[in-house]
Design a protein around this ligand. Sequence first.
Ligand SMILES: Nc1ncnc2c1ncn2[C@@H]1O[C@H](COP(=O)(O)OP(=O)(O)OP(=O)(O)O)[C@@H](O)[C@H]1O
Ligand SMILES: [Mg+2]
Length: 292
Amino acid sequence: MSESFIRCESLVKIYKLSGVEVQALQGLDLSVGQGEMLGIVGASGSGKSTLMNILGGLDRPTAGNAHVGQYNLLKLSDRALTHYRRSMVGFVWQQAARNLVPYLTAVENVEMPMMLAGRRKTGERARQLLEMVGLADRRHHRLDQLSGGEQQRVAIAVALADEPELLLADEPTGELDNATAQTIFDVLRTINTSLGVTMLIVTHDPAIAQQVNRVVSVRDGKLAAETIRRAVETEDETGTHVSYQMLDSAGRMQIPKEYREHFQIKHRVILEPQEDGILIKPVSDESYEQRH
Ligand SMILES: Nc1ncnc2c1ncn2[C@@H]1O[C@H](COP(=O)(O)OP(=O)(O)OP(=O)(O)O)[C@@H](O)[C@H]1O
Ligand SMILES: [Mg+2]
């Protein structure tokens, strides 16, 4: 992997709601290479959007480290964080409409952020971006004359208007049917390849592994596992993907639920060093109590 563009170490985010603390991120470690397209999956409430909001400069971490490019997100002043967000990050949300103005045409929507940033000659770039997302022929349609998938493609063009280095997409296909979702993934991949923008895509779609080279899964505010597409399939190793469990910086690891259930692992295991690894042996509560 190329040198890390995003580096999070022991990232913690605590929300306080009427005196109750919620630990949305509990020491998350993550590295993302420049130009990588990363999928992020995880159950509802696991901390995916919290991570996106922090990396997008919309929210502040509580503790740990978070670097994007040369920016240290924990050290930035409010002004610098706003500058970071505007110059470095593009957002795509689940509801396309969140980024768009309904009574403007597609091309006007894409020109808007560029005009607000004081750019001139916005028309040509807007046209190019709409072509890139496959909407060249629809560019003079008003937003409300476009389908959900087309609106989401406009939203992607809008997010790219100010040439961000990082594109954050939080469930961009969440409200679309499978075929339309596939089109959105295709568009994102094309943009990733042609513009080299680093992309993080949060999704509930388990098929994401087919769309990107690496998928990480977030569980309880930490990275639990990672699936990587094999560059080359070897003869003795079939299957196109390989999965890893992640250790946090303190060496903690999660045993996947299906293994815990199958081997009836509840509270304790015994680690037995072997020649080429460590064997994790289940210890039932009954046998533990009999013994002690
Ligand atoms: N602004 C907030 N104030 C208080 N608690 C919050 C806030 N935002 C998120 N949380 C809490 O933090 C935890 C993580 O939330 P987050 O939105 O990051 O989850 P998620 O993985 O994006 O879930 P989903 O898949 O449902 O979108 C949840 O317990 C949530 O209730
Ligand atoms: Mg979310």
